[in-house]
Design a protein. Structure first.
Length: 271
C-alpha cells in the first residue's frame, strides 16, 4: 500500500486523513500523544490502516525519523503538513521554530524520499499577506538553509507573535515555490494551501476577536471555513487532476484576502 503522511491530527489533520486515507497506509504524527492516539483510534474504527509517530517538527532529527519511517512503510504518495501553532498559542520564537523552521524541516526531510507521483501539501495561511514585502527577507525565507532560518528572522518581530506568524507563513509559501524545483527533479509536486479562518480549535481562538468575526461577515462567502473545505482542496491537489500544479499556493479563504484588499483601497466600507 502507498503511504500518506499527515502531520497534525486535531483540527484539519483528522478530516484530511479521513478524506484521503482510504486504500492507503496512513502515518499520523503529532507532538501531542493524546491527540495522536484519539485520531488514530477514530480512523481505525472507520476501517483505515493507521500507524502513528510522536513528532516535534521543530526538531530536525524528529522529522528525519518520521520521513525514514514513512519510506520504510512504502512509497510515499503524499505528505500533508498541517502541524503548527497560532500566534495565540506561543511566543514569536516558538512560532518561528514550529511554523517556519518546522515546515522547512518537513520539506527537506521528505525531499529525499519522494518519487514520481508523490505530492507534498504544506498548510500555510492567508496571514502571509501581512509579512513585510522586503526582497532580501523573501529571498532568505525561500533559500536560506533550514538551520539558518532562525538567524534570518531574529530581527523581525521578536516580541510580536502575530507578525512572526505572518512572516513564518509567507516563508512557507516561498519555500514551497523554490523547493518545488528539487521535488520536480524527482517527479514529485509540492504545493501550499493558505486557509482563511477555519473552524478548528485554532480558528475558534481567532473568531473570539470581534474584528475577525466582522471581517468574516464581510467576505464574499460570508462564513467561517470548515476543515472539510481544506480537506476537499487537499484531495484535489494530490489527485492526478492537479498534476500540472507545483510550486503554487492555493488560497482557500472564502475571499478574505480579496475583501481585505478592497477595504485597504477604500472599497466596501461598512458593507
Ligand atoms: N484554523 C485556522 O483558522 C487556520 C487558518 C490559517 C492557517 N492555519 C494553519 O493550518 C494548520 C493547521 O491548523 P489547525 O487549525 O488544524 O490547528 P490545530 O491547533 O487544530 O492543530 C494543529 C496540530 O499541530 C500539532 N502540533 C503543534 N505543534 C507541533 C509540533 N511542534 N510538532 C508536531 N505537531 C505539532 C498540535 O498538537 C495539533 O494537533 C496550521 O499550520 C495553521 O497555522 C489554520
Amino acid at each position: 500500500m502507498d503511504v500518506i503522511v499527515i502531520t497534525g491530527t486535531s483540527g484539519m489533520g483528522l478530516p484530511i486523513a479521513r478524506r484521503i486515507g482510504s486504500g492507503h497506509q496512513l502515518l499520523l504524527a503529532d507532538i501531542d500523544d493524546t491527540r495522536l492516539d484519539s485520531a488514530a483510534q477514530a480512523l481505525r474504527k472507520d476501517g483505515l490502516t493507521v500507524a502513528t509517530r510522536l513528532l516535534d517538527v521543530a526538531d530536525p532529527q524528529s522529522v528525519t525519523e518520521l520521513a525514514q519511517q514513512a519510506s520504510e512503510l512504502g512509497f510515499i504518495r503524499a505528505i500533508v503538513h498541517t502541524a503548527g501553532l497560532s500566534p495565540l498559542m506561543a511566543d514569536a520564537a516558538r512560532v518561528y521554530a514550529v511554523d517556519l523552521v518546522g515546515t522547512a524541516n518537513i520539506i527537506d526531510a521528505f525531499e529525499g524520499h519522494v518519487g514520481a507521483g508523490s505530492v507534498g501539501v504544506i498548510i500555510a495561511s492567508m496571514a502571509a499577506v501581512a509579512s513585510p514585502p522586503e526582497p532580501e527577507l523573501e529571498r532568505q525565507l525561500a533559500l536560506a538553509p533550514s538551520a539558518e532560518l532562525m538567524a534570518v528572522v531574529s530581527d523581525y518581530f521578536a516580541d510580536n507573535s502575530e507578525m512572526a506568524y505572518a512572516v513564518a507563513k509567507r516563508g512557507n509559501q516561498l519555500r514551497v515555490q523554490q523547493a518545488a524545483i528539487a521535488w520536480g527533479a524527482r517527479g514529485a509536486r509540492l504545493v501550499s494551501v493558505s486557509p482563511g479562518i477555519i473552524s478548528t480549535e485554532m480558528g475558534r481562538l481567532e473568531l473570539d476577536k470581534p474584528h475577525v468575526a466582522e471581517m468574516l461577515r464581510q467576505t464574499p462567502m460570508g462564513r467561517v471555513g470548515t476543515p472539510e473545505d481544506i480537506a476537499a482542496a487537499v484531495q484535489w491537489l494530490i489527485s492526478p487532476a492537479a498534476n500540472y500544479i507545483t510550486g503554487s499556493d492555493l488560497a482557500v479563504d472564502g475571499g478574505a484576502i480579496a475583501m481585505q484588499r478592497a477595504v485597504g483601497w477604500g472599497e466596501n466600507q461598512g458593507s
